[in-house]
Design a protein around this ligand. Sequence first.
Ligand SMILES: [Ca+2]
Ligand SMILES: [Ca+2]
Length: 445
Amino acid sequence: MTKIYSIQTSSRLMLAALFTMLATIVAGCDDSLDSTLPSANVEIELIFPDNISEDISGQQFTFRNISNGVSTSFLKGETINLLPGLYDVNYSATTHLSNGATADLKALRQSVIFSEGYNKIILEPYVNITSTDFIISEIFFSGTLQSSGNQYYGDDYVKLYNNTDHVLYADGITLFESKFTTTEKNQYTPDIMQEAMTVDALYTIPGNGTEHPVQPGEYLLIADTGIDHRVINPNSFDLSGADWEWYDVSKQPSSLDIDSPLVDNLDKWYCYTQSFWMLHNRGFKAYGIARISVDKDTYLANYLYNYEYEIVTLAGTFPMSQNAYRLPNEWILDLVTCSVAAQYQWNISAPALDMGWTYCGTMDNDKTRYFHAVRRKMIGLTAEGNPILQDTNNSTEDFNPMVPPSEIELQGSAKDLSGAPCTTLTYDGVVPMSSEYYEKIMKLR
Ligand SMILES: [Ca+2]
Ligand SMILES: [Ca+2]
C-alpha cells in the first residue's frame, strides 16, 4: 500500500484514482482511521474579522474529500486526522455583530492537499447574516445593446437564491422597486424611512403557500419578458426558461408588453407606469423582495403614504405633494440599493435594510454599463457543493459590481456590442465556477 502511494504522488489524476481505491477499502470500516493507513494531521489557524463579538459558538470544520466525495466533520478542539488527499475545507460557526444581530461565520478553502504527517492551514472566516428566507443574488438592470448601438429592452431580470439549508416556498414573494432614487435627495415629510420603504412597483409570485418549493442552493429567475430575445436582438439571450415574468397590460397602444406563453406571470399588485415596467436601466433605484402579511386588496387599501417635499430650482422653490405605497420594513427580506458614483446622493431605506449600494457604470447614462450586472459575492461552498452567498445587509460589501451577468455566462451569449461570446463562467461574476458545479446546474435548467 505504502509503495503504491509513493509512486502515485507525481500525478494528481492517478492520486485521485488511488483515493477512490482507498475509499473503497475503508468503506465498511468504522469512522476511525485504520492505523495501518497513512494519516494527515491537520492544524487550523482562524483569523477573524474585527467587528464580531468574542462569543463564537458551534465551531465546526467539514473536510470534503474531492476524490471520493466523502465529508468528515470535526468540532473545534478535536484532533483532525484525515486520509491524505485533496480536500475542500468548510468552517461554520455562530456569533453576534456589534449591533446585536446573530450572524453566521463561514470560511472555505478549496482544493487543499493534505499530505501524510503534519499540515497547517489558515482560514479567514466571513460574517454572514443568518438567512432564513430568499435573498437577491443578481440584478441585471442595464440590458444589452443591439448591433446598431441602440439600447435593447426586455432582457432585464432579477435572480433570487435559497441561501439557507432548508426548502423555501416562493409563493407570495413580492418583488418591488423603490419609488425614490439614490441620485435625488429630498426632505420627504413625514419621514417614514425607519419603518417603511416607499415603493412604486409590486409584483408577487402566486401560489397557495406550498406550490413552489425551492431547494437549498437553487435559483429563481424572474424576467421582464420571458422570450428568446436572440430572435429580435442577436446580442441578447434566451429568457424563455425563466421561472416567472412580469407582464403589464399596457394602456398605451404604442408601448405593448409581451406575454410569453412559455413563462408564468407574476401577480401584478401595483405599478406606476401606464405602459410596461422595466428595471431602472441607469441603476438609480433599490430593488427588494418581501413577504407581505396582508392580502392584495387590504394592502392596496391601507398602505398609501402621502408626503410633501420641496423642489428647489433656479426659478424658485416649489412645494410638492404626492402619494405612493409604503412597504413596512419588517416585511422586507432583502434589499439591494443601486446608484452611480457621479450622481449618488443618499440611501433610500433604513440602514438596517442596506447600509451600502452597488452599481454598473460610474456616471449617468454610462455606456459601459450594458451587458453587466450586480451579483452577490460567493464566500464558499456548502458540503453539497452549493454556493454560500454573502449577506451582511451592505450592498457595497456584499455585491460584485459591474460583472458579466450569469445568464450571459451560462448561455455564452454576447458580452458586448461586438457580439463576441462570453467565455467566462463564474459563481458570482468573479470566482471561477468548477466544471462539476456547471454540469450540476445545467442539468437543473
Ligand atoms: Ca414584462
Ligand atoms: Ca407569460
